[in-house]
Design a protein around this ligand. Structure first.
Ligand code: CP
Length: 297
């Protein structure tokens, strides 16, 4: 449990342990200062993941080494491996990496300090998955038997891939909504229409149309009415069902703008939960043996 590359790196027990730790952290039964140093290497843009890791580090007594690819020796051609090896040599205790290359971490397996994957191209986004699981568990207190429908640009979504695998392992029923060219054949799930999804889902998880990853420019003019969450569809959702979206949101594309802060939306709650989850992750991976020894419940 040295690195956290994929949600599948964690057993079910380890997932539950991190969710429990995050719950305790959020309830102010906080961790004492870890007195560590971390570097956040974001080769792709981010607002939520980067800032919530920064806040999680501040809350945990973890000092941050400043790094931006544009002002670093990456511009002189330094490789990812040499950059991480340098950060390790300088004395960081933890590295968080977001990179456009899927499975970039395979070339980093012999780095000895823990590496946390903050998104690898269209591969995985395991820390987002944990904060999504945390949000769902706070709402329903279970995964077993829950109907989760993941909707949108599945093929380009690292969030969909991590969440589908995790939720199925934890006993949820996962279905998807997507136009045929954005379906992912590697995931064995049923695809349904959005009109069915809103009536079945306990959790309706919307995804951003990732225009920057498309080879051909997508026409999203009628996307909302065909595949998105309209005001009319929201009215047909089950009484206690919730809406999630990892954000950033394309307002008026995958969801009607007026629904982003509606009663059943947990979109900003997900962002809040990202801090506690990332504190729990930092604690887990920087303390001996991957156990949260520093937590004082
Ligand atoms: N959800 C998410 O990963 O957002 P950012 O790209 O802003 O980090």
């Amino acid at each position: 449990m040295n690195h956290f590359f994929s949600i599948n790196d964690l057993s079910k027990d380890e997932i539950y342990r991190i969710l429990d730790d995050a719950q305790h952290i959020q309830e102010q039964r906080t961790i004492r200062s870890l007195n560590k140093t971390a570097a956040l290497l974001f080769y792709e843009p981010s607002t939520r993941t980067k800032l919530s890791f920064e806040k999680a580090c501040i809350n945990s007594g973890v000092s941050l080494l400043s790094f931006t690819p544009e002002t670093s020796s990456v511009t002189k051609g330094e490789s990812l491996y040499d950059t991480v090896k340098t950060i390790e040599a300088i004395g960081a205790d933890l590295v968080v990496i977001r990179h456009g290359q899927e499975r970039y971490y395979e070339e980093l397996s012999n780095i000895s300090i823990p590496i946390i994957n903050a998104g690898d191209g269209t591969g995985e986004h395991p820390t987002q998955s944990l904060l999504d699981l945390f949000t769902i568990r706070q709402e329903f207190n279970r995964f077993e038997g829950l109907n989760v429908v993941i909707c949108g640009d599945i093929l380009h979504s690292r969030v969909a891939r991590s969440n589908a695998q995790a939720l199925m392992r934890l006993g949820a029923h996962v279905k998807m909504v997507s136009q045929s060219e954005w379906q992912d054949p590697s995931l064995s799930v049923d695809y349904i229409h959005m009109d069915e999804a809103v009536e079945e889902a306990d959790v309706l998880m919307l995804l951003r149309v990732q225009k920057e990853r498309h080879k051909q420019q997508a026409d999203v003019n009628d996307y909302l009415t065909k595949y998105g969450l309209t005001v009319d569809r929201e009215k047909r959702m089950k009484k206690d069902s919730i809406i999630m979206h990892p954000a950033p949101v394309n307002r008026g594309v995958e969801i009607d703008s007026s629904l982003i802060e509606c009663d059943r939306s947990r979109i900003f709650k997900q962002m809040t939960n990202g801090v506690a989850i990332r504190q729990a992750i930092i604690n887990t991976y920087t303390t001996k043996g991957g156990k949260s020894y520093e937590l004082t419940y």
